[in-house]
Design a protein around this ligand. Structure first.
Ligand code: RFL
Ligand code: PHB
Length: 387
C-alpha cells in the first residue's frame, strides 16, 4: 500500500489528524492495534477545550457535540470548608464543553468512510522503518498476514505505550510520577452538582464530573498499592458521599457502575517529537496527570499544528512548518504540563507532606478565593491557552 501520511493509532490524535489531512485531500491511512469496539468503549477524558471543539466544528463533525455536549461556564475548587467557583465566563468570556472522549472518538470513526479515511483495525506489530531517509514505511500484521505501507511521512499517534517513540534514538525524557492514582466510576445517575468540583478533602482528592445530566463520572485519589478488587462500587459510593456531602448541591446518587478503573498519575515529556520523517503527537510524546483535563486537548493542539505543517509541505513544498513543529508544540505542552502539575499539587494529599505543606495548600486556596488575578490565571489555563 502507498499513501502520503501513515498514522499509527486511532485515538483522538490519530483520528483528528487523519480527518484534518483528508479535508485537504491528502491521502492517509491509520493503523490501529485494537478492535473498533475496544477503541469505542474506552472511558477516558470528559472536558474539551474550545481549541478541540473548534477543530470538530472546522471538520463539520460537531453536530452531536453541539446537541449533546454540556457547555460549562464555570467549575469549582473546594476544601472541606469552602467552595471556590472559577467563573470562566465572567473572568475570561470562554467556556469548556463536557463531552466524553468516547463520543469524540465515535464521531470521528463514524465519519471516516465518507471522508475517505482508511482505518486498519487490529494491526499487530507495527514497526516504522527508514524514517531518517526519504522513503519511510511501516510493516505490520493483520489476521496473520504481513502488510507494508509506504508513505511520505509517518506520524506516531500511538499513545504512551506505543511503538513510534521507541523508534527515536536520541530523545530526552522528562518524567515525574505521583504517589497515587485516580479510582474512577461511571454510572447512569444524575450528578451531585451542576458543575465540576475538584475537592481537596481531609480524606484526599475527589472529583465530581459528569457526561450528561443523567450520567455521572467521579474519581478519588487512592494509593498506588490499591487494587480494583478491593473496591466494590458500594465502598466507593460511601467514600464519595462522605467527601461531597458538605460541598455539593445534592446528595451523591448511587447506581450500578458502568465502568470502574484505577489510573496512575504521571507527568512526562519526550523531546524530540521528530526524527527525520517520523513525527510524534499526543500521548505518544507527553502525559499529564488528569487534574487539569489537558491530555486529550493537547493531543488536539499537537495535530492542529502538525496538520498545518504537513499540508504546507505536501501541497506547497514548504518545509518550514515541519521544522518548527516541535518548538511550537512544546511551547504549549510545557505550559499545560505546568498547569496540570500545579493543580495536582494544590488539590491532592501527598503522603510525604506534613502540616506545613498542608497549610501552604490552604493558604494558596484562600488566596485563590480572594484574588481575581489568581482565578483569572487558573481560568485561562483551564479553558486552554490559545494555539
Ligand atoms: P490514545 O488515546 O492513547 O490513543 C493511542 C491509540 O494508539 C493505539 N496504539 C497502537 N496502534 C498500533 N500499533 C501500536 N503499537 C499501538 N500502540 C498503541 C492505541 O490502541 C490507541 O487507540 O492517545 P492520543 O490519541 O494521543 O489521545 C490522548 C488521550 O487519550 C489522553 O491524553 C486523555 O484521555 C487524557 N485524559 C484527559 N484528557 C483531557 O483532555 N481531559 C480530561 O478530562 C481527561 N481525563 C484522561 C482523563 C485520561 C485518563 N486515563 C485513563 C489515563 C481521565 C483519565 C482517567
Ligand atoms: C472526566 O470527566 O473524566 C474528567 C473531568 C475533568 C478532569 C479529568 C477527568 O480533570
Amino acid at each position: 500500500m502507498k499513501t502520503e501520511v501513515a498514522i499509527v493509532g486511532a485515538g483522538p490524535a490519530g483520528l483528528l489528524l487523519g480527518h484534518l489531512l483528508r479535508a485537504e485531500g491528502i491521502a492517509c491511512v491509520i493503523l490501529e492495534r485494537q478492535t473498533r469496539a475496544h477503541v469505542e468503549s474506552r472511558i477516558r477524558a470528559g472536558v474539551l477545550e474550545m481549541v478541540t471543539t473548534d477543530l470538530m466544528r472546522r471538520l463539520g463533525l460537531d453536530a452531536r457535540l453541539r446537541a449533546e455536549g454540556m457547555v460549562e461556564t464555570g467549575f469549582n475548587l473546594a476544601t472541606d470548608d469552602q467552595v471556590i467557583r472559577i467563573d470562566l465566563a465572567a473572568l475570561i468570556g470562554r467556556h469548556v464543553t463536557v463531552y466524553g472522549q468516547t463520543e469524540v472518538t465515535r464521531d470521528l470513526i463514524a465519519a471516516a468512510p465518507e471522508r475517505g479515511l482508511e482505518i486498519v483495525w487490529e494491526a499487530a506489530d507495527v514497526v516504522p522503518h527508514a524514517v531518517d531517509g526519504d522513503a519511510p514505511y511501516l510493516t505490520y500484521f493483520t489476521g496473520g498476514e504481513a502488510g507494508r505501507i509506504e508513505a511520505r511521512f509517518v506520524v506516531g499517534c500511538d499513545g504512551f505505550h506505543g511503538a513510534c517513540r521507541k523508534a527515536i534514538p536520541d530523545g530526552e525524557a522528562f518524567d515525574h510520577s505521583y504517589p497515587f492514582g485516580w479510582l474512577g466510576i461511571l454510572a447512569d445517575v444524575p450528578p451531585c452538582h451542576r458543575e465540576l468540583i475538584y475537592a481537596n478533602t481531609a480524606d484526599g482528592f475527589a472529583l465530581a464530573s459528569m457526561r450528561s445530566p443523567t450520567r455521572s463520572r467521579y474519581y478519588i485519589q487512592v494509593p498506588l498499592t490499591e487494587r480494583l478488587e478491593d473496591w466494590p462500587a458500594e465502598r466507593l459510593w460511601d467514600e464519595l458521599a462522605r467527601r461531597f456531602a458538605p460541598l455539593a448541591e445534592r446528595r451523591v446518587t448511587r447506581g450500578p457502575a458502568l465502568e470502574m478503573s484505577i489510573a496512575p498519575l504521571r507527568s512526562f515529556v519526550f523531546e524530540t517529537m521528530r526524527h527525520g520523517r517520523l513525527f510524534l503527537a499526543g500521548d505518544a510524546a507527553h502525559i499529564v496527570p488528569p487534574t487539569g483535563a489537558k491530555g486529550l486537548n493537547l493531543a488536539a493542539s499537537d495535530v492542529a499544528y502538525l496538520s498545518e505543517a504537513l499540508i504546507a509541505c505536501l501541497r506547497g513544498g514548504d518545509e518550514a512548518g515541519l521544522n518548527g513543529y516541535e518548538r511550537r508544540a512544546l511551547a504549549r505542552i510545557w505550559k499545560a504540563e505546568r498547569f496540570s502539575w500545579m493543580l495536582t499539587k494544590l488539590m491532592h494529599r501527598f503522603p510525604e507532606d506534613g502540616p506545613f505543606e498542608h497549610r501552604m495548600q490552604q493558604a494558596e486556596l484562600d488566596y485563590v478565593a480572594q484574588s481575581r488575578a489568581m482565578q483569572t490565571a487558573i481560568a485561562e489555563n483551564y479553558v486552554g491557552l490559545p494555539l
